[in-house]
Design a protein around this ligand. Structure first.
Ligand code: ATP
Ligand code: MG
Length: 549
């Protein structure tokens, strides 16, 4: 599979810029706002920005875009750092847009001095009304003609706390008739008497996103500032500020954000799920957050592979959740040991078996290059098997247990069902079989051919565990696009808890990093809620895509 991959449009651009000598070195940044945990959409931006400098040299900065004092928290900063590192990337410089507050303030003063910014006393409603519409130009107001000296004085007063929130704003003086609404004298500073998670109470004026973002890029000499398509219209403003301030010419490029089926992907909405306790937290294994995917059992390799496969598009699109699942399945197929766990147990008794104490040897992973080593599996006269592996009245083409039918017990012997027992409710509780001593796996001389193989756990050696099975978090493909509140479309059956699952003793020592294939049941990992008495396993993904058909 060493097929040359064609370049995406951003790689093409960068190769041209490096060839033409426009930049000596590539510098990118990942600029999250610390107002929530990162999600799989951010993973795409992370893989893109860090991936480019891994490929072409140069480096990537991590810059927290913490210019909004109200929504930001140190908890989010820490989780975002952890998630980026877990994905396998390391930033060169760790920076905070709030570190540039002094510089950004000086830039604003420079604009005023160039007669390119003014203090406006209008209310938010007045500003909106004066702004015009896409088809009608806006109207300039009287504040636009304030003198440079008056503006400098008022802006200093804003900074010194002379005015309450909302009393006035600083606006760039651009063009109230521009066809681009964002160019109609955008607000660049607002008053907000709020405590900031890093700068404390030093500031009571804060820069708006558009005024902070491009300038922060420029301060860091970012060559390619990559963002999502919503910012296409902002590019003109981005360039205007850089030109008028005469600072390093960073350039903005846009790509399509990742949208995934059966989930929502905005920190604001994910925060609602957390706050309203509709999920157990940001790292609930059903969440599309990186921490949720990690807890669910996803590997960094599988997420990077997913981002690679979806590529970089210039148009909005919707990616199937099943592609993400495909990527983890492929990865775990190579990495996960095959073990046995019985999720919905009934007892199987081998009536002619006398060899208690027998220990079988199981190969851990036939798909792995080194086969993943081997382990010991205690066998016995009484075993747990899955209820669904026995049928009293077998369907056509039934290759598992039924009266008179034969199956192989994985790693062990062929058994034949002679009888079964039911309780007073008519539920089967025990299946009685006889076994063929010469049919042992690996040294089978019985000459018997069976089509079905089932998994089992010895009742005398089994440990008990809890298993959590997950389904998609929403019942519709695009909860955002539906009528009403997106939360109305939550899937009530998105988590199923099985609290009496029997696992083979080997699994009792499973640790948080380990992932397993429970034979025939899917891929599982240990959940952090596990205790020494009761291990808890999350199903990462089923063995096959069960949603199709
Ligand atoms: P959210 O609404 O989820 O908070 P955001 O864009 O406001 O998204 P930021 O923290 O500002 O989140 O984003 C940091 C970087 O991640 C930005 O460069 C942004 O373009 C990128 N990003 C965010 N969501 C996605 C997505 N779904 N697909 C690709 N990139 C994304
Ligand atoms: Mg944002």
């Amino acid at each position: 599979m060493s097929e040359e991959k064609s370049l995406n449009f951003i790689e093409e651009l960068i190769e041209n810029d490096l060839k033409s000598g426009k930049y000596e070195m590539l510098v990118t940044r990942f600029p999250p706002e610390p107002n929530g945990y990162l999600h799989i959409g951010h993973a795409k931006a992370i893989c893109l920005n860090f991936g480019l400098t891994q490929k072409y040299g140069g480096y990537t900065n991590l810059r927290f875009d913490d210019t909004n004092p109200v929504t930001e928290k140190t908890e989010y900063v820490n989780s975002q750092q952890e998630d980026i590192q877990w994905l396998g990337f390391q930033w060169k410089n760790e920076l905070f847009a709030s570190d540039y507050f002094g510089q950004l303030h000086a830039y604003a003063v420079k604009l005023i001095e160039k007669n390119l910014a003014y203090v406006d006393d209008s209310t938010a409603e007045e500003i909106a009304a004066q702004k015009g519409t896409p088809t009608e130009p806006g109207v300039p107001n009287q504040y636009r003609e304030r003198s440079i000296a008056e503006n400098l004085d008022l802006f200093a007063k804003m900074k010194n706390g002379a005015f309450p929130d909302g009393a006035c704003t600083l606006r760039a003086k651009i063009d109230m008739a521009s066809p681009n609404m964002l160019m109609r004298d955008p607000i660049i500073y607002r008053i907000k008497h709020a405590h900031h998670h890093r700068t404390g109470d030093t500031w009571c004026i804060y820069p708006m996103y558009d005024f902070a973002h491009g300038q922060s890029d420029s301060i860091e000499q970012i060559t390619h500032s990559i963002c999502t398509l919503e910012y296409v219209a902002h590019r003109e403003l981005y360039d205007w500020f850089i030109e008028k301030l005469e600072i390093f010419p960073s350039k903005q490029y846009e790509f399509a954000r990742l949208n995934l089926t059966y989930t929502v992907m905005s920190k604001r909405k994910l925060l609602q799920l957390v706050n309203e306790k509709l999920v157990s937290g940001w790292d609930d294994p059903r969440m599309p957050t990186i921490s949720g995917l990690r807890r669910r059992g996803y590997t960094p390799e599988s997420i990077r592979e997913f981002c690679e496969r979806i590529g970089i598009a210039k148009r909005e699109n919707l990616i199937e959740l099943s592609l993400l699942e495909f990527c983890i399945r492929e990865d775990l197929n190579k990495k996960a040991s095959r073990v046995m766990a019985v999720l919905d147990p009934i007892k199987l008794v081998i009536t002619n078996y006398e060899g208690d104490g027998e220990v079988l040897i199981g190969e851990n992973n036939p798909e792995a290059e080194d086969k993943g080593g081997t382990r010991e599996i205690p066998f016995g006269r009484e075993l747990w098997i899955e209820r669904e592996d026995f049928m009293e009245e077998p369907a056509k083409k039934w290759f598992r247990l039924a009266p008179g039918a034969m199956v192989r017990l994985k790693f062990a012997y062929i058994v034949k069902c002679d009888n079964f027992i039911k309780d007073e409710h008519g539920n089967v509780t025990e299946v009685h079989c006889s076994y063929f001593p010469e049919s042992k796996s690996g040294s089978d001389t019985s000459g018997i051919n069976v089509k079905g193989t089932i998994h089992w756990v010895s009742t005398a050696h089994a440990k008990t565990a809890e298993v959590r099975l997950y389904d998609r978090l929403f019942t519709v493909e695009s909860p955002d696009a539906e009528e009403g509140d997106f939360k109305d479309y939550l899937n009530p059956g998105s988590m199923q808890v099985l609290d009496k699952v029997y696992i083979e003793p080997y699994l009792a020592t499973a640790s948080l990093e380990n992932r397993y294939q429970f034979i025939r049941k899917g891929y599982f990992c240990v959940d952090k809620d596990s205790t020494a008495d009761k291990p808890i396993f999350n199903r990462v993904v089923s063995l096959k895509d069960s949603w199709k058909g």
